[in-house]
Design a binder for this molecule. Structure first.
Ligand code: GTP
Ligand code: MG
Length: 371
């Protein structure tokens, strides 16, 4: 089987293809840039660059992981969308989130927001809910993508109308495109002198992104986040996009989802913010995430209110894990304590061994690509 080409291998190792070609030549192997290499050659060349190559059967692995994840159609019910707000520095992401949060707190809980958490759910006046992920910069998003986690249903790309499509705007767009996540454009700061939304639409069109107003398929909304202008319209567009996605989950099974952030808190121990993607997570549940596990000692919503359960699309803060899993790590509830412990410990051991080898590492699909 031939796996990847010379240039793809160079990419993976972050060296130039010329270096790979000349290394091959020094080993007596003549290759060209687009030539596909077999396992033996890949291992040989990679080791010359200090890399370990691991061949894994990704198809089989994905199958195994999906196996217990399948719900019957009749067990599914609609779930609310999970939305990430992204955009260039200072274009108004935080202002937008702050306005949405303060304008849509659940009755009786107003003023209860005491701390920042990485995710929160708002209830809109029409009774619908939206979960927002507050990613500081793109790091969290990138980290999650790198771990293969696709937690976002919809990306809102904020662009300041008095500025332009900037490098991080492009980056956000390419992240969303790579993840196959639909985008809605929020053209912000239209209250400012010199705001020119048409210029933004034009720049987007140069990236092959046509907003509806320009005859394209992408929803966009002009807003002023600071004043709260047109935010209701933006939220409606998010709900419309969500409807098209027909998002569903099964609330009546054990909770699974993704860690958004985790840290060690003096006094409270390890605190993890997570997002339930399927099932329902309950206080007292035994949770495994990566090499860590523990019983949920206490669970809170984003307003720091104690809760007993969190269903699909709900964010929650939990106490009780014996460590801090990385952002983007999946979590799963187990019934059997011995099994949970064994899984976590086995993963910890694998990580320790990898750490000891302390080698650079490449993972390739063992099936390879057929020509
Ligand atoms: P980073 O987190 O640093 O990437 O920035 P951000 O995208 O979260 O932007 P933030 O919400 O912090 O806003 C940046 C600046 O723009 C602040 O001074 C806001 O007050 C201002 N700003 C945000 N939205 C608006 C708006 O609608 N109109 C006006 N005039 N100013 C705004
Ligand atoms: Mg911000």
């Amino acid at each position: 089987t031939e796996f990847i080409s010379v240039s793809e291998l160079a990419n993976l190792m972050d060296v130039s293809f010329a270096e790979v070609i000349s290394k091959c030549m020094s080993l007596g192997i003549m290759v060209s840039i687009n030539q596909r290499l077999d396992a033996e050659v890949i291992e040989l060349v990679a080791s010359e660059f200090g890399f370990d190559v691991e061949f894994i059967n990704m198809e089989k692995q994905a199958e195994m992981e999906e196996e217990d994840d399948v719900d019957n159609e009749e067990d599914l019910s609609p779930r609310s969308p999970i939305v990430t707000i992204m955009g260039h520095v200072d274009h108004g992401k935080t202002s937008l989130l702050d306005y949405i949060r303060s304008a849509n707190v659940v009755a009786g809980e107003a003023g209860g927001i005491t701390q920042h958490i990485g995710a929160y759910q708002v209830s809109l006046p029409n009774g619908k809910e939206i979960t927002f992920l507050d990613t500081p910069g793109h790091e969290a998003f990138t980290a999650m993508r790198a771990r293969g986690a696709k937690v976002t249903d919809i990306a809102v790309i904020v662009v300041a109308a008095d500025d332009a499509v900037m490098p991080q705007t492009r980056e956000a767009i390419s992240h969303a495109q790579a993840a196959g996540v639909p985008m809605i454009f929020a053209v912000n700061k239209i209250d400012k002198d010199g705001a020119n939304p048409q210029k933004i639409y034009e720049q987007l069109s140069q990236m092959n992104i046509l907003v509806e107003e320009w005859g394209g398929k992408f929803q966009s909304q002009e807003i002023a986040a600071k004043k709260g202008l047109n935010i209701d319209k933006l939220l409606e567009k998010i709900l419309l996009e969500a409807e098209l996605l027909d998002l569903k989950a099964n609330p009546n099974r054990e909770g699974t989802g993704t860690i958004i952030e985790a840290s060690l808190d003096k006094g409270r121990g390890y605190v993890a913010t997570l997002l339930v993607e399927n099932g329902t997570l309950r206080a007292g549940d035994l949770v495994v995430s990566g090499q860590h596990y523990g019983r949920v000692k206490a669970m809170f919503n984003e307003r720091n209110k104690r809760e007993d359960a969190a269903g699909p699309s709900a964010p929650a803060v939990i106490l009780g894990l014996n460590g801090a899993p990385q952002a983007g790590e999946k979590f799963k509830v187990y019934a059997d304590e011995a099994e949970a412990k064994e899984i976590a410990n086995r993963r910890a051991q694998i990580l320790r061994e990898q750490g000891m080898r302390a080698k650079k590492h490449i993972t390739l699909d063992e099936i390879g690509r057929r020509l």
